[in-house]
Design a protein around this ligand. Sequence first.
Ligand SMILES: Nc1ncnc2c1ncn2[C@@H]1O[C@H](COP(=O)(O)OP(=O)(O)O)[C@@H](O)[C@H]1O
Ligand SMILES: [Mg+2]
Length: 343
Amino acid sequence: MGVEIRVEGLTKAFGRQTIWADVSLTLPAGEISVLLGPSGTGKSVFLKTLVGLLKPESGHIWIGDRDLPRLSEHLLYETRKLFGVLFQDGALFGSMNLYDNIAFPLREHTKKSESEVRRIVMEKIDMVGLVGAEGKLPGEISGGMRKRAGLARALVLDPEIILFDEPDSGLDPVRTAYLNQLIVDLNAQIGATFLIVTHDINTARTVPDNIGLLFRRELIMFGPREMLLSSEEPVVRQFLNARRHGPIGMSEEKDVSELEAEAKLGHDPGQLPPIPPQLMPTDGGVRRSQSPPGSWLKAHGVQPPPGSFIDDLGRDWVQEWPRHVASRTPVAGAQPSMGGPGR
Ligand SMILES: Nc1ncnc2c1ncn2[C@@H]1O[C@H](COP(=O)(O)OP(=O)(O)O)[C@@H](O)[C@H]1O
Ligand SMILES: [Mg+2]
């Protein structure tokens, strides 16, 4: 389950304004990737281009042997069914209760009977933890519940790819933590390819397998989480450490004189903070694409910042990992169980 998406040399402009140019990245099948970037750098435009709502000026978006910008209307319509999208505000119909909102894509795009629709809708409502709220109107529930309802709706057509536009915007830190856990659990359960646009540094540091950063109309870097979290690249360090000092300014990028002034004062982007362990599925299983903590760093001869991979309970996950995986493998030689409800 889950498909790979290969973006090659993608460029998007509105009139004479280039939003980003020559973006290339591969979203590995079944993995979670996060796209970071200051406001206005075109992250939402990127998601809309991926699903074919906006047309790029040049470049390719390969899903298997289909190149999205070059598909006929009919094939594009078919290919769009592979995507589930959670828009920033949940994009629910205000006059419909949650049940009808979530059922909407099924009634619109399939010929399923109402009893079949009910089975699917109730299954997704259960997956996102909204059982009992299906009769409520969007205006009657909290922002966190609206996000969950939007997510349930994005799930009803069993997508291979799920795009999240700032799922944490407008949520308090506790709700964000619950939503992040739900995202990791869903990924372990359904194995679709996830791309999350976010501003939340904690989300970016703990949820994904891969991280990318858009800045100054280009994709500065995209790669495994451990690569970005140990990067010396100033923009990456500034962003992932949420610092004022660095190339990113208050409204846009700083100019050369500002950067020179900062350099004279001896400011630098600071020490790298420890790399936290990845968020794991609630049932104690492993993520589908999970490699042992620290393995990218080790393979590339990079020393992790002190205190890396230690969780809130003080356990060091580099040490803990072999035991954890062994305890998930009941029979010698068997695949570790991925777990997750409904499997
Ligand atoms: N349909 C559109 N027509 C013209 N300009 C647009 C359109 N959509 C977005 N933009 C512009 O593209 C830029 C990036 O917007 P957006 O993707 O929303 O940024 P982000 O999501 O990173 O905050 C902004 O300057 C915005 O004004
Ligand atoms: Mg946006």
